[in-house]
Design a binder for this molecule. Structure first.
Ligand code: BG6
Length: 511
């Protein structure tokens, strides 16, 4: 049967939403090339793109970092990184050998003008050799404080020419956290806006690149059964959990300055929340989707100083203060549970609970939409009705990606006995192709010039507008200590107080 649905994207913008892949040649320059992100995420993602022939052959990578080393030594480090962290294992040595020939290294620190002159020369020389048509993608795998000086130097050296579209293009990918609070993010946006046009800026939040995060919109908008229920009339509350079993993993210095609110809530959790709560967009064109994500962030009810301590639990795992490079008296939260509201027509009065932490019992990221209970007990006995649990739609983002729907059903037998059962769809059991890493998708999108899965200027500012009072309340209350929780637990029991008051319950992490 063919569908009668109009292709809204085509009607609106004159373009197809699913455009054929336009592979463009380019050179990717990574600032912070010696860092963790480059080794764990960027190079493994690039290797997999090359392995799958997703990139144009006229492609090269230039690493930029302070330490003196040869191209060969740099490639050797990356070889090890790709062997350790590539999703496809074992790695194909022939593919690696070919790919590694397109990787080179430029030594320089972020302030030093000479480093940028050397970088420009390298780019010009490579462009001649590989014919990348002057397209350049700069990746700032650096702390946010380094971004202004890098931008400034790139501008001075004449490396920020062109536009975000039309060859030759220049684009910049900026890692999170984008700023430290609302003021610094606004300031950074201003500095970025002085040297780049918005269509050149790709503010990355790798959660948006996750296949299963993109599936939130497909589950909502590709099925007629959910959307009519997706509102305050039928939904009691929504829980978003991002539990990690790992701790700070050698990133103590960064983490102690950052904490869970900047590291996870301002970016990843608010993006997931936006996708759960947004209105259907007019089309799937980048700005139509981003407009709707932004509306959610704008509608988040701001916290005042008192609300913060009623609605936010700040936790820290025991042993955190003994981690390398962490202050022995650190108050930095490694866990947060937050109850918040979205003040708009659809969600008025529906609490959204977010829970996120390190060193919890299990790695699990999921969204649970908890529906309202049935209005009346019709099965005779009270105990039967009390055993009825609400319907819960769970969208599992990782690690066991899928969707589950909890429903009530009659247990077989002569008695009217009701049980709760689950209908479960699992990605790995349904699809043969593996789920790609989010960085593969996002790097490819940046090379194609698709900004849909990147945060817009106003988006990061609205996210910070919500998070900054939570940070300030905590940082201003120096006498308060985080609540401590044991490694491998479900987090501090105090988080239950956000729920108990309304006889709701957190979903078990260890299920
Ligand atoms: C990063 C954070 O952005 O996301 C890390 O800086 C965190 O602290 C990581 O561990 C979690 O990502 P994922 O994809 O493993 O859920």
């Amino acid at each position: 049967m063919t569908s009668n649905l109009p292709n809204i994207s085509r009607l609106k913008s004159g373009e197809l939403f699913l455009q054929p892949d336009r592979l463009e040649p380019c050179i990717l320059v990574i600032f912070g090339a010696a860092g963790d992100l480059t080794r764990r995420k960027l190079l493994p993602a690039l290797y997999n793109l090359v392995r799958e022939k997703a990139l144009d052959e006229r492609f090269a990578v230039v690493g930029y970092s302070r330490s003196p080393q040869s191209d060969e030594a740099f490639r050797e480090i990356l070889h090890q990184a790709v062997s350790d962290y590539s999703r496809a294992q074992p790695i194909d040595e022939i593919v690696w050998q070919q790919f590694s020939q397109s990787i080179s290294y430029v030594e320089g620190n972020f302030e030093d003008p000479e480093g940028y002159v050397a970088l420009r020369e390298r780019l010009e020389q490579l462009e001649q050799t590989i014919g990348s048509e002057g397209n350049r993608l700069f990746y700032f795998a650096t702390p946010p404080s380094a971004a202004p000086v890098i931008l400034h130097r790139l501008e001075e050296t004449g490396l920020l020419t062109g536009n975000g579209e039309g060859s030759p293009w220049t684009r910049v990918i900026m890692e999170k956290p984008y700023g430290r609070d609302l003021d610094s993010a606004t300031d950074l946006n201003r500095i970025v806006g002085e040297v780049l046009q918005e269509n050149q800026v790709y503010r990355i939040d790798h959660y948006l690149g996750k296949e299963t995060v993109q599936n939130i919109l497909v589950a909502r908008l590709g099925n007629t059964i959910f959307e009519p229920l997706w509102n305050r009339k039928y939904i009691d509350h929504i829980q978003i959990t991002a539990a990690e079993s790992i701790g700070v993993e050698g990133r103590g210095r960064f983490y102690d300055q950052t904490g869970v609110l900047r590291d996870m809530v301002q970016s990843h959790l608010l993006q997931v929340l936006s996708l759960c709560a947004m209105e259907p967009p007019v089309s799937f064109a980048a700005d139509d989707i981003r407009d709707k994500r932004v509306e959610v962030l704008r509608s988040l009810r701001p916290f005042n100083a008192q609300d913060v301590f009623d609605h936010v639990i700040y936790g820290q795992y025991r042993g955190y203060r003994d981690e390398d490079d962490v202050d022995t008296k650190s108050r930095t939260p490694t866990y947060a549970a937050i109850k918040c509201y979205i003040d708009n027509w659809r969600w008025q009065g529906v609490p959204f609970y977010m829970r996120v932490g390190k060193h919890l019992s299990k790695r699990v990221t999921e969204i649970s939409v908890v529906f309202r209970p049935v209005p009346l007990c019709l099965f005779g006995r009270d105990d039967v009705c009390q055993s009825l649990e609400p319907n819960i739609l769970t969208i599992r983002i990782q690690p066991d990606a899928g969707i589950a729907l909890k429903i009530s059903s009659k247990r077989p037998g002569d008695q009217m006995d009701v049980g709760n059962v689950e209908m479960d769809f699992s990605y790995s059991e349904t699809y043969e192709s593996p789920i790609k890493d989010a960085y593969e998708r996002l790097l490819l999108d940046a090379i194609k010039g698709d900004v849909t899965l990147f945060a817009r200027r106003d988006e990061v500012e609205y996210a910070w507008r919500f998070v900054t009072p939570i940070l300030q309340a905590w940082e201003g209350a120096q006498k308060r200590q985080p609540v401590f929780y044991a490694e491998g637990s479900e987090g501090p029991v105090e988080a239950d107080t956000l729920m108990d008051r309304y006889s709701r319950q957190w979903r078990e992490i260890e299920t």
